[in-house]
Design a protein around this ligand. Structure first.
Ligand SMILES: [Zn+2]
Length: 278
């Protein structure tokens, strides 16, 4: 409800502008006064910083793209860097958000426009602990091809159930700029994701989710395009190996853990390389 320029929503209090405060960049518009869920586990923040650096170092993201984590003290909060290139993310830049995409303490920092991707996926999928979004050109062809994205080796087995393609026109009409710039579009995207760990976004990019930061990074790297492998959709006339894809593995939903476990060699190797390269 509105009271003399302030809007009270549950335990939260917002100063509002004439514009839609929930959907505006925090630096220029609403100054949310939200109680923090508390300091996040430093190990979680460290992993989130490393994840951003790794995704850049592994070629999954470039100047755009971002990875987030659900807050360990409150499942209705998530952690995401302030708006900056993922290869430059530091612990100081990690911010706390509620599931509506409101920053807890913006302090004038710019926030990612597409933070609604994370809030709505975390809201709709309780098992998801981390969300990665990229604009990697390598996955774009799969979003417009009649050939579906399939795994062709065991490390991509989590793709066995396929990857849906999000069509933003279904939710936003024919004249969007393709970006998930409000909660309604975020909700539509989270619904389309279903139980899949990966979803393509036509003409835009992809989202990858997992039960941990490390798992979402492992998956993101093993989706075609990671590590610059350069796969392309071939359809029925493509290589035979492409058609004989890895069969679906049971339990490959968004909260399912892959065979790899945190601390296994890839993470430490990738983290060391990514952190030392800056
Ligand atoms: Zn995007």
């Amino acid at each position: 409800m509105l009271q003399k320029g302030k809007m009270v929503i549950g335990r939260r209090r917002f100063c509002v502008c004439a514009c839609a405060a929930n959907f505006a960049p925090a630096r220029a518009h609403a100054q949310a006064v939200l109680a923090s869920a508390g300091l996040a586990d430093p190990a979680l923040v460290e992993d989130l910083v490393a994840a951003n650096r790794i995704l850049f170092d592994q070629g999954v993201v470039d100047g755009f793209g971002h990875v987030s984590a659900r807050h360990d003290k409150d499942p209705s909060r998530f952690l995401l860097s302030r708006s900056m290139a993922p290869g430059l993310v530091t612990a100081d830049g990690i911010m706390e958000f509620d599931l509506d995409g409101n920053p807890v303490d913006a302090r004038g920092r710019a926030v990612y426009l597409e933070r609604f991707i994370r809030g709505e996926i975390f809201r709709l999928h309780p098992a998801v602990m981390s969300v990665m979004h990229s604009h990697s050109p390598a996955v774009i062809p799969f979003g417009v091809s009649r050939a579906s994205l399939k795994p062709i080796y065991h490390m991509s087995g989590f793709l066995g159930a396929g990857a849906p393609v999000f069509e933003i026109r279904d939710a936003g009409g024919p004249a969007t700029d393709m970006l998930i710039r409000n909660r309604e579009l975020g909700r539509a995207l989270a619904t389309a994701l279903g139980e899949h760990p990966v979803m393509l976004m036509r003409g835009h990019g992809s989202v990858v989710v997992g039960p941990s930061i490390r798992e979402s990074v492992f998956r993101a790297v093993d989706v075609p395009g990671g590590r610059h492998r350069g796969e392309r959709p071939h359809g029925e006339r493509g290589p035979a190996a492409w058609r004989r894809h890895v069969p679906e593995r049971t339990g490959s939903g968004p909260g399912h853990e892959d065979q790899r476990r945190p601390g296994e060699p890839p993470w430490e190797l990738w983290r060391k390389k990514a952190m030392e390269s800056r």
